[in-house]
Design a protein around this ligand. Structure first.
Ligand code: SF4
Length: 362
């Protein structure tokens, strides 16, 4: 540890303050075990996968829906993959859902429904990276793993006043965050990361942290040096995202059917339903739009992690029987289209094209 940066550091004082605060202030979350009861590894795993890249408020209703539909890992594993993908629609980062299905299958069939307990074994399962393995191992099984999510990163960057900018400082911050966990007993090992996450979410927030009520303010270097916590973690100036453009087709038959397709595994939003269009993700071929009159309905825009996208929405109609269906393409009744669990990008297309279509003369 760079002692010069740290204001009178003391592992055990830090841990006592954090855990005492947690005992009084812990958040009630649907996946969290009640005080003094055993956590469910299935719930911990499901919530941690859902929480990757997604906020707690957004995850709550998905978690509740999943656990009511599939109360056990066996129920989830035995469900048709399409049903799981449909329920995941809107949560984003669909590779997570595909890995969730694969992981449920392995744990249910090969491991008799029991998740492995160590980080090393957990990391062998699909969709479980180092962070998720540490979180499950610690929260579900009481191992003293070093769990470092965005909240813990932010707290560490402030407590230890890390001047290097992210993402370059990631390694340094992770090494420093080890001090948060050193020497924790197995009884409280699962509480520690959850306590830090709660402090990060409610006190040491990204903007305007509530230092005046923070349980660790007397151990926090940024606070003790009267520095501005909003500036930590330091960040490099953001590079502008690349921008892509394409077309998406709303193709109807005269029998009030609409063409949808299931995106293949290797494409972005793989396994999800969408409307045919140009290959905006750079994978596979463009949809060969039939040679008919297409009306321009408008544009939809969507921001992905690595690029922004604008799709021109075009609408056309063909006689029944003239639509050539490729593999994974389907004609569904127009009354069913709102029940398809589209991901957000295609929900936007639906929102734009459906009202325009309803204005057509019958
Ligand atoms: S004192 Fe302020 S900056 Fe430091 S950990 Fe607490 S809330 Fe965060």
């Amino acid at each position: 540890m760079k002692k010069s940066h740290v204001f009178e550091w003391n592992n055990s004082a830090f841990q006592q303050k954090v855990l005492a605060w947690y005992d009084q202030n812990r958040r009630i979350l649907p996946w969290r075990a009640k005080k003094n009861s055993k956590p469910s590894p299935y719930h911990v795993w499901l919530s941690e996968v859902m929480l990757q890249q997604t906020t707690v408020p957004a995850v709550k209703k998905y978690f509740e829906r999943f656990t009511s539909l599939w109360p056990t890992i066996h129920d989830l594993a035995n469900s048709p993959p399409d049903a799981v993908m449909q329920e995941w629609a809107g949560l984003g980062y669909y590779a997570r859902a595909r890995n969730l299905i694969k992981c449920a299958g392995i744990v249910s069939a090969d491991l008799n429904g029991k998740f492995p307990e160590t980080e090393k074994d957990l990391k062998l399962l699909p969709g479980i990276g180092p962070y998720t393995a540490a979180a499950i191992s610690s929260i579900a099984f009481g191992n003293n793993s070093v769990v470092v999510d965005g909240n813990v990163e932010r707290i560490a960057s402030r407590v230890f006043m890390v001047d290097n900018p992210m993402p370059l400082a990631k390694k340094e911050i992770h090494a420093l965050a080890k001090h948060f966990y050193e020497g924790i007993t197995s009884k409280r090992a699962g509480d520690m990361p959850q306590a830090l996450m709660d402090i990060g979410a409610t006190v040491c927030t990204p903007k305007s942290p509530k230092c005046e009520i923070c349980p660790i303010s007397d151990l926090c270097t940024v606070k003790q040096r009267n520095e501005n916590p909003n500036l930590y973690p330091r960040k490099l100036p953001k590079a502008k995202k690349p921008h892509r453009e394409g077309k998406v087709y709303w193709l109807e038959t005269e029998a009030k059917q609409i063409l949808i397709e299931k995106r293949s595994d290797e494409r972005m939003l793989g396994w999800m339903f969408g409307f045919p269009g140009t290959s905006w993700d750079g994978v596979g071929n463009d949809f060969t739009a039939p040679d008919i009159d297409w009306d321009m309905v408008g544009d939809v825009t969507h921001i992905f992690t690595h690029f922004s996208l604008k799709l021109e929405v075009l609408r056309g109609r063909m006689p029944v029987g003239k639509v050539k269906l490729n593999k994974n393409q389907y004609l569904i009744d127009i009354t069913e289209v709102e029940n398809v669990g589209f991901p957000s990008l295609y929900k936007k297309v639906l929102k734009l094209a459906l009202p325009a279509r309803n204005m057509d003369p019958e």
